[in-house]
Design a protein around this ligand. Sequence first.
Ligand code: ATP
Ligand code: MG
Length: 388
Amino acid sequence: MIPPGADTVLVRYGDIGVKSTKVQRDMEDSLETNLRAMLDSRAVPSEIDWRWSRPRIRTAEVDAAAAVACDTFGIVSASPAVSVEPTMAAICRALSETAGALGVEGPFAVSARRAGEREAHPFTSEDIEREGGQAIWDALSDPAVDLDDPSRTFYVECRSDEAFVFVEKRTGPGGLPLGSQRPLVALLSGGIDSPVAAWELMKRGAPVIPLYFDFEAYGGVDHVARAVESARTLAGYAPNHTRDLRIAPAGAAAARFVEGIGPTRMLSLRRFMLRVGERLARETGAVGIVTGEAIGQKSSQTSANLAVTDAVAELPVHRPLLTRDKQEIIARAREIGTYEDSTVEAGCNRIAPEYPETNASLEAVEAAEPDLDALVEESFAGIDRVGL
Ligand code: ATP
Ligand code: MG
């Protein structure tokens, strides 16, 4: 819902606000840079006015700009607003016009916040709520007020130089600005889980370097295309950070595992992927790996098997979906727009043995596993980049 004449989007952030002054300033700088890059990449003409703790986007396209803000990590909420002079008359006029244009089904409330020097305004927040409420009442044909359970709240934010009227707070992702953490290599399969996992780490500020393993003859239908699409969707949240997808050839490794290993095959495959991921991390300055694994989701993801997989890695392996049910993951994938890219399970189904081990020991896996070094080097050397 957008007030008539809306010309500004008010942006709020969360976790940044609890940091020390220096860290907060750095994070605000990153957030502003990222927001600018997001607005540019989605072609929303706008100026960012970064003052106080409530940045403002000045734009004629408030709806599009609010949508961009709500896709920018670190932003908790955004409100399309109309800006007016910080006087009672101007605020009441904007409230009246907004109520007249949008109408209200059921009771309404006014919530006002006056910030800045007390002498800046000859009125209080309560004055705005009372007089503004009256202005809305007069503008409606069948008005009703309910401060505890309104069907619409009219918000007023009054600063010393400007006041804003708005009626919605759209929810953003929250988290921290991208780039405020060191990067991570994201193992991206083109399936449902891994893009969600990467997104969750991006939300906490870590840019990702997406890495896809092409199992070649062992891959699924359209597998590379799907991985590229989900990487592209992720890159849409990180236009100034993620620009390409790395594709590592893994057909030779898959063939070796299929021919030479029985029940623990998938674990060696995962260990191989982690090793290549680490190799890439070392080269790119990344400090860990992200996967879409969840406890018990597949035989390779039992708590015992994850222990064996992890034993091969020196860098931390982050698994943000560890405790999530599939339905929760799907819901998130829909929200962030990666579900459509990946509705068919990608995974490694053509490689899986008929009776996979669910309770592996490190000794058994190592005993069955060929020396990974050469396979890892070969795959790493063949990595290709696809621009997103
Ligand atoms: P997803 O839903 O993301 O495809 P999945 O449920 O199919 O995963 P697995 O195939 O067991 O599960 O893969 C577990 C994790 O291993 C994935 O979430 C991803 O991080 C990584 N992974 C699997 N296949 C690939 C691949 N071809 N390239 C890169 N990473 C992969
Ligand atoms: Mg999975």
